[in-house]
Design a protein around this ligand. Structure first.
Ligand SMILES: [Zn+2]
Length: 144
């Protein structure tokens, strides 16, 4: 897996960029793998907090974090945040912290994965179907 910066915005004056705080927006083929799982298994229909879906997201986030570590070798921490770019949640991204002395900025990053790498993540995600089925069964009220 490989990550490349496609665009950088050096908006130094804004408060959110102080103390080496970078916001990184990631475009990745793995998001489609997660999206497909979401739609295929109608996660949107579930009326409970789905642990399986959280795990799917964690798998994808882990892969992206690993790719971002290579891209930002001087990062002191890399964290996914649903509210990275905006407090309303419209702009999820990764908060990449570097040395506080360095100015942060926005980066747009594209993750490149080989078909084999995508397959690998996809099979890990689809391996969670049993977990999802158990979860749904547990949450389904027993009718008498
Ligand atoms: Zn917003």
């Amino acid at each position: 897996m490989n990550a490349i910066i496609t665009q950088t915005n050096n908006a130094f004056s804004e408060r959110k960029y102080s103390s080496g705080r970078n916001v990184v927006y990631v475009k990745s083929p793995l998001d489609k793998v997660a999206d497909d799982f979401f739609h295929e298994h109608k996660i949107y229909n579930l009326d409970f907090k789905c642990h399986t879906w959280n795990k799917v997201c964690r798998i994808v986030t882990q892969q992206h974090t690993t790719a971002l570590k290579q891209l930002f070798p001087d990062a002191t921490s890399i964290k996914f945040s649903a509210k990275a770019g905006c407090s309303c949640g419209c702009s999820p991204g990764y908060l990449v912290k570097t040395e506080p002395s360095k100015h942060g900025c926005d980066h747009w990053v594209t993750v490149e994965a080989t078909a084999q790498e995508i397959d690998h993540v996809s099979s890990r995600i689809h391996g969670l179907i049993e977990m999802l089925e158990c979860e749904i069964q547990d949450k389904t009220p027993v009718t008498v």
